[in-house]
Write a protein of this length. Sequence first.
Length: 321
Amino acid sequence: MIFEQIKIPANVKSKAFGIAKLLISLGIIAFLLFEFNAKEILASMENVNYFYFSFAVVLLIPNILFQFLKWKLILSDVIGEKDSRKIWRSLMLGVGAGMITPWRSGEYIGRALPFENRNAAHIVFSTFLDKGTTLFLVSFFGGIFSLYFVHAVYNVNSVITIPLLILLVSLSFTFYFIITSPNIEKKKLILTFIPSRYKTKIENKLNFLDNLSYSTSTLLILFSAAQLFIVFTQFALLIFAFGGSGYLPEIYLASLLVFFSKSFFPPVTIADIGIREAAAVFFFGQFGIAEPAAFSAAIFLFLINLLIPSLYSLSIPLKNK
C-alpha cells in the first residue's frame, strides 16, 4: 500500500500529537462551557471572593515546599545529593517539562537535566519513587471512597464492593510493607518481573533502591499526604471563592475522587485540561455543588499549581554557573 511506504519524521509525529491533544483539550472545554452555561461560569469568575481565592494562591507555597522536601529527601538518601539549589532547579524543571507531555512523563527527564554528572537512570527511578508515593495514596484512599461512592449513589450491591475493598486494602498494605520494610531486597523483587534479556541492563541501575531507609519511606508517605491535603484545601477554597457551598468533608471527598479518576484516565489532553474540569463538575455535582463553581475551581487549581510553577521554570538555568 502507498500509505505504508510513507515515512513520517518523528518531530512531525510529535507536533501532530501535541496539536491533536491541544484540539481535544479545547474541544472538551468548549463542550463544557456550552453544556454548563458559559454565562454562569463567567459570572462566577467575575464575582470571585478574593479572600478565599488569595488563600488558595498562598497555599501554593507550602504545596511546593512539601514537593521540594520530598525530592530532597529522596536524592539525599538514595544518591547522596545535598545541593539544595540544584535540587530546587531539578524539581522546577521537572514541573515545566511535565506540563507538555502525556502523563507528565517529561518530568522524569526534566528533573535529570541539572545532574549532568549523575546516572540519569537513578534520577528517573527516583522521580518514579516520588510520584509513586502520591499515586499510592490517591489510589488507596480514592479506591476505597470510590467503592463507597458507587455503593451509596448507584446502589451497587455490597457483594461486589466489599470483596473489591478487601482486595484493594490487602494490595495496598502489601505494597506499603514492601516499600518500607528494610528486610526486603527491593531490587531483587523488581527484577523478578523483568524479562531475562533486560535484567543485565537494568540490574545495576536499581542498586539505589536498597539504600532507601525505613524512615525515608515513611516520611515520603507523610509528605505526600500533607501535599494532597494542601491541594484538596486549595480546591475547597476555590469552590467557596467561586460561589459554591457545601460541607468540607464532602468537598474533600469530591476532590479525592477527581484526582483518583483523572490519574487513570488516558492522557488525551494537555496537562489533563478538560478531563479534570469534567470530573470536577460530575463529582462535586453529586454533593450539590453548582457546576460553575466546580468548573472554575478546577481551572484555577490548574493555573495556580501547574501553570505558575511552569512559567517560573522557564527562568531557571539548567547548569550551575
